[in-house]
Design a protein around this ligand. Structure first.
Ligand SMILES: [Zn+2]
Length: 262
C-alpha cells in the first residue's frame, strides 16, 4: 500500500516533456508520455508526434528509443506530407479565418478579437458590386484567439439543422421512400452517418455539413439505403446505384479527401 502511494507521487512530480521539430517548414510538437508498458512506441496525432516510453526506462535506453522513434515519425510525416500540409491549412482557418462551405454554400469566416465571451453571428450581406441580387454570407466569430471548433460546429448545427433535415427528407421522398422516425445530428469526428433500422433512426455528423454537396448527398443516400440493406454487400451497392446513381462521385470525393477531414 505504502509503495503504491510513493509511486503515485513520483508520477505526479514528473511534468510532461514537450519540444518541437520542424519538418519541411511545418512545426510538429513532440510529446513524451510515460506508460506502464515495457516497450516504447510512437504515433502521430493532429500536430503532435507522441512518443510513449516505459516509466522505468534508464537514461541510455531512453535516448536511444527517442531517437529511433523520432526518425520513424519523420519518415512517416514525409511520406504523407501533402495530406498533412492540407490538414494544417484547414486548421489555420480557425485561427485566421477564410472561406468555409456549409451545406455546399460558401461563407467568409471572419474572426474578430473579443475580450470576454465568444460569439458567432451569421450575416447576409447584399453583394452590391458584382451582382445586386447575390448575397455574401458571413460567419462572424468573436473570439479570444482562434475559433473554438466545437463551438463553431454547435452554432452551425443550430443554424443549418433544419435545412439539412429537409434535404434528407427530399432525397428520401424522391429516391428511397423509406419511413424515417428520427434524424439526429451529432459531433462524431470520423463516422459521418449511421442508421438504426429497427428504430427507423438516422444519425449524421455535423462534420458532413462542411463537405461538398456531392459528398453530403452520398452519405445521406448511403444511410437511407441501409433501411433496405443493413450491410455493404454487392446487393447494397447495386440497389444504391439503381436508386441514386450519382452516389459514385460523392464516394470518390470522400475516398480521396479522407485525410483532410476534420
Ligand atoms: Zn454503411
Amino acid at each position: 500500500m505504502f509503495f503504491w502511494k510513493k509511486e503515485k507521487k513520483i508520477e505526479q512530480a514528473r511534468l510532461p516533456e514537450l519540444s518541437s521539430i520542424n519538418i519541411n517548414g511545418i512545426d510538429f510538437q513532440i510529446r513524451i508520455e510515460r506508460i506502464k508498458k515495457r516497450h516504447s512506441s510512437a504515433f502521430f496525432r493532429k500536430n503532435e508526434i507522441i512518443i510513449r516510453l516505459p516509466r522505468h526506462i534508464d537514461a541510455i535506453h531512453e535516448k536511444e528509443s527517442k531517437e529511433k522513434l523520432l526518425e520513424w515519425a519523420k519518415k512517416n510525416i514525409l511520406k504523407n506530407f501533402d495530406a498533412i500540409k492540407k490538414q494544417k491549412e484547414k486548421e489555420s482557418l480557425f485561427e485566421q479565418g477564410g472561406k468555409i462551405a456549409v451545406l455546399g454554400k460558401e461563407f467568409d469566416l471572419i474572426i474578430e478579437k473579443a475580450n470576454k465571451k465568444n460569439t458567432f453571428k451569421l450575416i447576409k450581406e447584399k453583394n452590391t458590386r458584382e451582382n445586386a441580387n447575390s448575397e455574401k454570407l458571413i460567419l462572424l466569430a468573436k473570439c479570444f484567439d482562434k475559433v473554438n471548433k466545437k463551438k463553431l460546429l454547435q452554432f452551425i448545427r443550430k443554424k443549418f439543422e433544419k435545412e439539412f433535415i429537409e434535404k434528407v427528407n427530399l432525397i428520401n421522398d424522391r429516391y428511397f421512400h423509406e419511413k424515417i422516425g428520427e434524424i439526429k445530428i451529432g459531433f462524431a469526428s470520423k463516422r459521418l452517418g449511421s442508421c438504426n433500422k429497427s428504430k427507423r433512426k438516422l444519425m449524421f455528423s455535423i462534420n458532413l455539413f462542411l463537405m461538398p454537396e456531392i459528398a453530403i448527398n452520398y452519405v445521406i443516400a448511403h444511410e437511407l439505403e441501409h433501411f433496405s440493406q443493413m450491410n455493404h454487400s454487392r446487393f447494397f451497392w447495386s440497389e444504391l446505384e439503381q436508386k441514386f446513381p450519382s452516389y459514385k462521385e460523392g464516394k470518390a470525393w470522400l475516398k480521396s479527401n479522407k485525410t483532410s477531414l476534420f
